[in-house]
Design a protein around this ligand. Structure first.
Ligand code: IPD
Ligand code: CA
Ligand code: CA
Length: 264
């Protein structure tokens, strides 16, 4: 299987679907918003985008199954599965803010072998395949070489429905706010990870995420020379609902602070 070719085909598909999403955003249509859960929204744009992505991926790799946020297909593949977030940053999208992205990963058993994050509003396609390096619109990318948190820009996501760990989270946030260049909350976890991969952020952490938020971006960070783990330093970051991603030089310092506050 030629991972580079498949990855390129996925990028083309993501850009096609991204064009649909941005056109819907620019049209003056009233985008009806449904509520899936507390502060958790979905629109016909999320659902139509996922349908288009699933249809396109079926052409690219017919034997692969799907883990897709909006449930378009639940068919599981024996070996290969796509993990899809058709619109990461729906709340931004609804409010007319950037960023919002499409996130598509391919797994072989439980290993991620392809990751594509297409940030639609800036037309930036981040992608990686196993042992192939990481790229942004055709150019190789790398994590930053900053060595200490005091020189770093940190990204996170604020909890919006699972408040059980909010107190330790706020203490960790206070630490980073007072000991770094600052903390950003962009509203798209896939984009946060892509921005760690290309060195715009040094480190990112968030809890209560789902596999489709992180699978593609995690591979892109690793292939760009960064490190990814859960809050205990283990590898359970796709299904374990918590993730740390960092450039390699800051990983240990960043991990220690997150672990100290947030490990269960
Ligand atoms: C959300 C975004 C957000 C993160 C949330 C996710 P959605 O995804 O990634 O940054 O904080 O936890 O659910 O719902 O817009 O696909
Ligand atoms: Ca998401
Ligand atoms: Ca989504």
């Amino acid at each position: 299987m030629n991972l580079e070719n498949i990855c390129n085909e996925v990028c083309v598909l993501a850009k096609e679907v991204g064009a649909f999403i941005i056109n819907e955003r620019k049209s003056n249509k009233n985008i009806h918003v449904e509520t899936k859960g507390l502060h958790d929204f979905v629109t016909y744009v999320d659902k139509t985008s996922e349908q288009k992505i699933v249809n396109g991926l079926l052409q690219i790799l017919p034997e692969a199954g799907f883990i897709a946020e909006e449930g378009t297909s639940n068919k599981k593949g024996e070996k290969y599965n796509w993990i899809i977030d058709p619109l990461d940053g729906t709340t931004n999208f609804i409010h007319g803010l950037s960023p919002f992205a499409i996130s598509i990963a391919l797994t072989d058993k439980d290993k991620i072998i392809i990751g594509v994050v297409y940030e639609i509003s800036l037309n930036e396609c981040f992608y990686a395949w196993e042992n192939g390096g990481a790229y942004l619109n055709g150019e190789r990318i790398q994590v930053s070489d900053k060595k200490e948190i005091k020189d770093s820009l940190i990204a996170t996501g604020f909890p919006y429905y699972d408040y059980k760990r909010i107190k330790p989270f706020l203490l960790s946030l206070e630490y980073f706010m007072t000991n770094s260049h600052g903390v950003r909350r962009l509203g798209s976890a896939a984009t946060d990870l892509a921005y760690v991969a290309c060195g715009r952020f040094e480190s990112f952490y968030e809890y209560s995420l789902s596999p489709w938020d992180v699978a593609a971006g995690a591979l892109i960070v690793e292939q760009a020379g960064g490190k990814v783990s859960d809050f205990s330093g283990k590898n359970n970051y796709i299904y374990g609902k918590e993730i740390i991603a960092s450039n390699s030089a800051c990983y240990n310092e960043f991990f220690n602070i997150v672990n100290q506050h947030m490990s269960k």
